[in-house]
Design a protein around this ligand. Sequence first.
Ligand SMILES: Nc1ncnc2c1ncn2[C@@H]1O[C@H](COP(=O)(O)OP(=O)(O)OP(=O)(O)O)[C@@H](O)[C@H]1O
Length: 432
Amino acid sequence: MFGALIVIEDVSKRYPDGTVAVDRLSLEVPDRSITVLVGPSGCGKTTTLRMINRMIEPSSGRILLDGADIQQQPVNALRRSMGYVIQNAGLFQHRTVIDNIATVPRLLGWHRQRARARAAELMERVGLDASMAKRYPYQLSGGQQQRVGVARALAADPPVLLMDEPFSAVDPVVRRGLQEELLRIQEELGKAILFVTHDIDEAIRLGDQVAVLRTGGRLAQFAPPDELLSSPADPFVADFLGADRGIRGLSFFTSAGLNLDPAPVVAVDATAKQMAKRVTPDVPYVLVTDVDGKPLGWAEPARWAEGGKTLTPYGQTFEFGRDSLRVALDCAVLSPTGWAVGVDRTGSVVGVASQESVATAIRAAHAERAVRARDAAAPGTGARGTGAPGTGARGTGARGAGPAGAARRGGAGGEAGGAPGSAAGAGAEAAQ
Ligand SMILES: Nc1ncnc2c1ncn2[C@@H]1O[C@H](COP(=O)(O)OP(=O)(O)OP(=O)(O)O)[C@@H](O)[C@H]1O
């Protein structure tokens, strides 16, 4: 974990009418990571965010930016060191996209040409086509406006990005795309991002660490998302996380721990006899691949031998070692045979995993995490420094394998779901 760029120290906010919006909040926002503030409506998320760029002043406590009290810093300079993205983007309606994005560089005195060049570069970075540069905000979709909002916030390359429900006003599919884009941008730019949302799924997908606030602006729990899911601090947090947190927590375990069985996998040019050798009384199916090892579908060797060369579609596959155990479990549950098909990066079959073997891998992953947590809690082992329980999982690429991996699958549903189906269909035809 990187050092804290923003430190919130015992901060409270009481509004003039007596409302306590934030109550003795202490939090650290590390550099190069996404910290999410999540909680029910009115729990003080926006107030907290706005105290960081001094749009709201705390009643007590202090906030440090890179070790210096923000109260001692000129407010304009402070705000320019922090990109700020809000719901509905808050774009200047009378300015074109390119001029919206160039706003802060222009305020900083950049020459118009340089500011526009920077804006064009950012349009590309956030996935906006260059042809949109001259459009006005009303000529963009909600999702495109949010992308402009993110590009505008990044224009002067601030070390900090404050994001207040930036994706709340768009539909779930567009929202998913924007989340993916943010993770990608963060991987490239490595900002300290403080992200406010009331959506726990968004918090878990995006956060390196998540602060759950309860009404009255009190911190209920501050932990990496996998730790939150596996060990909620109290019934309020557990309730806020929702009923299926166990399943969602599997997104943080890589499928690399699965014991894949290569035995029931045969090439399409195998003889019926060779096929028959691969089946067991428990598993009467084999997975037939093309000569390059790409899956075609499931076959029953007994029927195959009788000339009934039909293939059952194999459905979804998971990328072994990259996708999470949650994706592998989903593949096994949805598979007509109950076996999940594991493939490598090129889509060639590595092996298959039964529902039971996924369950075994889940048990092993939980046990391993318990050991890591115990080691981390034991003083003097040195494990604490590695942040073992939560960051360990992240460090092993669990984001790639986990929430992002799952998102990749969800987001590219047409691709992931469609291609295998059609390949299986084509295979079934070819094998007739
Ligand atoms: N200017 C104000 N004067 C008085 N009370 C305020 C003011 N602004 C916010 N509040 C109150 O402070 C509390 C926290 O508000 P805040 O907007 O920070 O919550 P939030 O968690 O961001 O909510 P939401 O998810 O609904 O946006 C709420 O009870 C709100 O009504």
